[in-house]
Design a protein around this ligand. Structure first.
Ligand code: NAP
Length: 655
């Protein structure tokens, strides 16, 4: 405070990543200067593929509307094996890939960022970086060759693979140097057949004619060792001839470029007040556009967090969160690209691996998984509107935002109904949610997809409850899912929601011993065993929430069998609350009344009207009405409630 600075944030690099970051920061009220050594936006083709998550990011900021026509980018591939990226999530509004040249994208982003208040200074080269106690100073050389000094609270290097910021700040850039290279060129005046990543004995080649009459060529000659600097046209002509046997020497080169399979990643994306994003943080072969998209997604993850830090609404943890989230995403993408580049550019020695991958890619879950990874949909993303409104909260608001960040939750029976609504709400509060189901895999996947569309994190876990070994099976899947995502198996929140429900009811005189056994096994015995098992993974302060029913407090004879089991469930609450209190774990029962769970009966207006009469509010409950109560009980705000029966029936029990 008190120190005069040139900006809150200096962004180095006015490529797409730097511009997106600058626009987000400026739009949130931060003072931003972007320093770029090039004097004008690139006129080069460079990257052109935009994936689903990136377009979602652009759409949420109104950038997509400024882009004019965005042509479909075709199907996509994994290591040259066709893969339709729409399979990542057919419901996603931007599923698939689009093609939009970087030379068109940069001016759009620059205008957008400038309108939001970012200052873009071109022709400025960074020459030194000095850390100060409460900021960072950059020394630059401007177009007039005069040295200047600029200070800011934070500096972000978005200055590409050879990042000056990364080098000056001394970031560790760990990984492997290149072993293969690819030459790229846009060439006019040639007529060669289109082909997509075709493998030849001596290499791999791609060519396709663009609308403007130029042909985009990409060629990898297996015998070549990676070169440096821009290739000459003669080098491209020779490589093309060597691999394909075709002569393109009569063409006129418009753009020439070289890239390789260098694989490096900054071990930290943040060092104090200096951060990295995009290619400055990770170097990789730009297979299928993943490099640009990864960088843009870094920017979208950093902008709102850094804005919150600058405004004082958040502490340094948000910046560490950025590192954690995007370093993990980058590492995953680099691994994915490494596998693809092996399949694409390897010789005969990878033929077997290619055959196996081809077989695997016949399987829908494999296609979906890879398409989600490539599309960036496997990493959480919170749309900016929500974030922006949360990035400058009042102190009171800030204590209630993302109340479950860092918590892991299991919601049994969350493939649909109240369980699904609960899973979605817990994820909105920041929890990583295990979506448990018995048989309805598609419904569980939809719950996970809904959570991920909203930027949350979830994974499905299958296990039928009420049968031998049920809890063991559930915990195998649960612990594996948690371990993969968090490195640990901590379970902070257990919601015992799954149940055999008494939809039709059975008159007391008709109830059979088998029916009683089934109700008891699923609705009472399994929840008890789940509590018993879960507390081994539960830290102090954990939450156990048992979904009971208003039917334990009012008489409906044809629901006696079902209600008996809910009565038993409430006994678990009572006794376990006392037992677990020394560890600060609370155990409560939440009792819904008639709640629309999406079942067929809720489509019949007359019956809904009749059911609505039971609530004091004269409507049936929505799944979200109950889920909101459960979510509150899951937060720290409910810490003084344990062993309670919480009526979430909309006043049904008032009589
Ligand atoms: P629902 O729509 O019928 O969904 C039941 C969920 O439980 C599904 O995810 C289902 O998974 C899972 N499930 C059922 N049997 C299972 C088993 N043997 N093993 C593992 N999972 C199983 O349920 P809901 O109506 O939302 O009810 C949720 C909770 O609220 C239940 O405890 C219920 O008793 C209670 N409740 C509901 C109402 C109401 O009016 N809806 C009223 C009072 C209390 P699959 O789909 O994969 O089979």
């Amino acid at each position: 405070m008190g120190t005069t600075r040139d900006a809150d944030v200096l962004v180095v690099g006015a490529g797409p990543v730097g511009l997106l970051l600058a626009g987000d920061l400026a739009g949130s009220g931060a003072g931003v200067i972007v320093l770029e050594q090039l004097s004008a936006p690139t006129a080069e083709s460079k990257a052109s593929i935009l994936h689903a998550r990136t377009r979602e990011i652009f759409a949420a900021r109104g950038i997509l509307d400024r882009m004019g026509t965005v042509p479909d980018g075709g199907r996509g591939h994994f290591g040259g094996i066709p893969l339709d990226l729409r399979e990542a999530d057919p419901e996603h509004p931007y599923a698939g890939q689009a093609e939009y040249l970087q030379s068109r994208l940069e001016p759009v982003l620059q205008d957008w960022a400038a309108e939001r208040g970012a200052v873009v200074r071109r022709g400025h080269r960074v020459t030194a970086l000095v850390r100060q106690s409460d900021g960072v100073e950059l020394e630059t050389v401007g177009p007039d060759e005069r040295p200047r000094r600029l200070t800011a609270r934070y500096v972000v290097g978005c200055d590409g693979t050879r990042s000056t910021v990364r080098q000056l700040a001394g970031f560790d850039f760990a990984g492997d140097s290149a072993t293969r290279e690819m030459l790229r060129a846009d060439v006019a005046g040639i007529d060669v057949p289109d082909r997509r990543l075709r493998r030849y004995p001596r290499g791999t080649a791609t060519s396709y004619r663009r609308g403007d009459g130029t042909t985009r060529l990409m060629v990898h000659a297996r015998a070549a060792t990676p070169g440096t600097g821009r290739p000459g046209f003669a080098e491209v002509v020779a490589a093309w001839a060597q691999v394909t046997g075709e002569d393109i020497g009569s063409g006129e080169p418009r753009w020439l470029d070289r890239f390789d399979d260098t694989r490096r990643q900054a071990t930290r994306y943040r060092q104090g007040r200096v951060l990295l994003a995009g290619d400055a943080a990770h170097a990789q072969m730009p297979v299928g556009g993943q490099a640009l998209n990864l960088g843009l997604q870094d920017a979208a993850a950093l902008g709102p967090r850094l804005a919150a830090r600058v405004s004082g609404a958040a502490d340094d943890h948000v910046l560490d969160d950025y590192h954690r989230e995007r370093h993990a995403a980058g590492a995953r993408t680099l691994t994915n690209i490494q596998a693809q580049s092996l399949l694409l550019f390897g010789g005969q020695e990878v033929d077997g691996a290619r055959d196996v991958f081809r077989e695997l890619l016949d399987l829908a879950p494999v296609r979906r998984h890879l398409a989600r990874t490539i599309s960036g949909l496997d990493t959480p993303y919170r749309p900016p509107a929500e974030r922006r409104s949360r990035s400058t909260p009042s102190p009171q608001e800030s204590s209630t935002m993302s109340r479950l960040t860092g918590k892991n939750a299991l919601v049994t029976g969350s493939s649909r109904g109240i369980g699904r609504a609960t899973a979605v709400r817990l994820a909105r509060e920041g929890a990583l949610v295990a979506v448990h189901y018995a048989s309805n895999e598609a419904a569980a996947d939809e719950t996970v997809a809904q959570i991920e569309r909203e930027g949350g994190r979830a994974f499905p876990v299958r296990a039928e409850l009420g049968v031998a070994g049920d809890v063991h099976e559930l915990f195998l899947g649960l612990e594996q899912g948690l371990k993969e995502r968090t490195g640990e198996t901590t379970l902070d929140i257990l919601v015992n929601n799954a149940a055999v429900t008494g939809v039709d009811g059975i008159l007391p005189e008709d109830v059979t011993a088998e029916q009683l056994d089934r109700y008891y096994a699923v609705n009472a015995k399994a929840p008890f065993l789940l509590v018993q098992r879960a507390v081994r993974n539960m830290p102090d302060g954990g939450r156990i929430i048992n979904i009971s029913s208003g039917l334990t407090r009012c008489a409906v004879p044809e629901q006696v069998a079902y209600s008996m089991t809910k009565g038993a469930l409430e006994q678990i609450t009572l006794h376990m609350a006392k037992h677990l209190a020394p560890r600060g774990i609370t155990v409560n029962s939440v009792a819904p009344g008639i709640t629309d769970n999406g079942g067929a009966v809720f489509d019949i207006p007359e019956i809904v009207e009749q059911m609505a009469q039971s609530s004091a509010f004269k409507r049936v409950g929505e799944a979200g009405d109950v889920a909101d109560v459960v979510t509150f009980i899951a937060t720290d705000e409910s810490r003084w409630i344990t062993g309670a029966f919480i009526d979430a029936s909309g006043g049904t029990l008032l009589g």
